[in-house]
Design a protein around this ligand. Structure first.
Ligand code: NAP
Ligand code: MG
Length: 405
């Protein structure tokens, strides 16, 4: 059988632990038998990051910028325990964080929907994608514990020549102990975020929601609202062509509306809202093993991955030679997402079709009750026995072989 040729290279970022095991199984059994692709391979496993003083992470980010599409396995973000475990030189920063800041990207999380797993919210029929702004606010704030009475002020000193000195406002006259925080964001980052959300909504042909609290935060959140609005005006023609609408809500209203909505939307959120509600949406749709994630840069570069980590607990069992039942679905969908996007950008329909067939093979397996352990408590009419990691991939491989005939 002749393999399907992928026109341009795809950047392959390998990772750690159980997901690294799954990564090579997915490539060997589900991708390479059918696809002829020039993979630009970067080993982001923590040992290789350590050996290269983390240069490999930056090289990988540059390659995604050069080629446009990457697919990434989950990686360890080292803490003190990991430094000891892997004898690392230091606690290298999160690869995801680094790639995100290099590409100035926004992360979109999307649940994978199957017929036999009912979302916790009855009205949800289609995916609710969460786009989280990943810069600033409380994540880059300065905080003070106020020990005594005194005055707290917000002071801005300009760098611009000719402009005059200082702007000062009183935050609070403390009569006793308390707490204080100063946070910020930048127009550049908010604008990139808005652009990335609009680009994603157009590419997926889904409506875009954005929620903030501009009635209370008349400068801070209003800035977000206005920048979003101006980017929407800019993109209106493209949005109309794709049939995509935009709606601004107060954040509390958005939360109420989403509980009655059928889904099929992109919900753009400020950093903290995204942190909180992306976990609510993930739990509402079922399992971490069924959640994909894509990083989109404002210039249209894409990096696909599973939303979960390296599944350390399962890997320790695997290393002891014990059976594991780790769900590879999100990792497989990282590959199909990347191949689909590659095919769209290259205008190669057969590549896009292959990705669709692989996704169908996965969904068919789950809907027939061929599932990993994490889904046992979630599916309607669970089977007597779950499959182990390798058995599940083999079941998908058999289904895919039929699809490809
Ligand atoms: P995790 O990998 O997300 O797994 C936490 C737990 O969730 C697992 O122990 C498992 O529960 C369940 N789970 C997650 N994915 C699953 C899957 N595909 N199939 C079945 N069950 C799944 O988090 P972690 O084990 O706490 O973190 C391990 C490492 O991942 C950390 O070093 C962290 O730095 C890294 N991490 C990386 C990324 C990334 O690269 N994107 C994201 C998050 C974390 P049970 O044990 O109950 O079965
Ligand atoms: Mg969170």
């Amino acid at each position: 059988m002749t393999k399907i040729k992928v026109k341009n290279p795809l950047v392959d970022l390998d990772g750690d632990e159980m997901t690294r095991v799954i990564w090579s199984m997915v490539k060997e059994h589900l991708i390479f038998p059918y696809i002829d692709v020039d993979l630009k391979y970067f080993d982001l496993g923590v040992i290789h990051r350590d050996q290269t003083d983390d240069k490999v992470t930056l090289d990988a980010a540059k390659a995604i910028e050069q080629y446009g599409v990457g697919v990434k396995c989950a990686t360890i973000t080292p803490d003190d325990d990991r430094i000891n475990e892997y004898k690392l030189k230091k606690a290298w920063p999160s690869p995801n964080g680094q790639i995100r800041s290099y590409l100035d990207g926004t992360v979109f999380r999307k649940p994978i929907i199957v017929k036999n797993i009912k979302p916790a919210v009855r009205s949800w029929k289609k995916p609710i994608v969460v786009g989280r702004h990943a810069y600033g606010d409380i994540y880059k704030a300065q905080e003070l514990v106020i020990p005594t009475p005194g005055r707290a002020e917000l002071v801005f000193t300009t760098d611009s020549e000719g402009a005059h000195g200082e702007t000062k406002v009183v935050v609070h006259e403390f009569k006793g102990p308390g707490v204080l925080m100063g946070m910020h964001n930048t127009d550049k980052s908010i604008r990139s975020f808005a652009k990335a959300c609009i680009r994603y909504a157009i590419s997926e042909k889904i409506d875009l929601w954005f929620g903030a609290k501009d009635t209370i935060s008349k400068k801070y959140d209003t800035r977000f609202k206005n920048i979003f609005a101006s980017e929407i005006v800019e993109a209106m023609k493209d949005m109309q062509k794709a049939g995509v609408s935009y709606k601004y809500f107060l954040i509390d209203d958005a939360v109420a509306q989403v509980m009655k909505h059928e889904g099929g939307i992109l919900w753009a959120m400020k950093n903290y809202d995204g942190d909180v509600f992306s976990d609510m949406i993930a739990a509402g749709f079922g399992s971490l093993g069924m959640m994909t994630s894509v990083l989109v840069s404002p210039t249209g570069k894409f990096e696909f991955e599973a939303a979960h980590g390296t599944v350390k607990r399962h890997y320790y069992q695997y290393k002891e030679g014990k059976e594991t039942s780790t769900n590879p679905v999100a990792s497989i969908f990282a590959w199909t997402g990347a191949l689909k996007k590659r095919g769209e950008l290259d205008d190669t329909k057969d590549v896009v079709q292959f990705a669709g067939k692989l996704e169908k093979a996965v969904l068919d397996c789950i809907e027939e009750g061929l599932i990993t352990k994490d889904l046992m408590s979630l599916v309607d009419n669970p089977p007597k026995k779950h499959l182990n990691t390798a058995e599940f991939i083999s079941a998908v491989s058999k289904k895919l072989a039929k699809e490809m005939k």
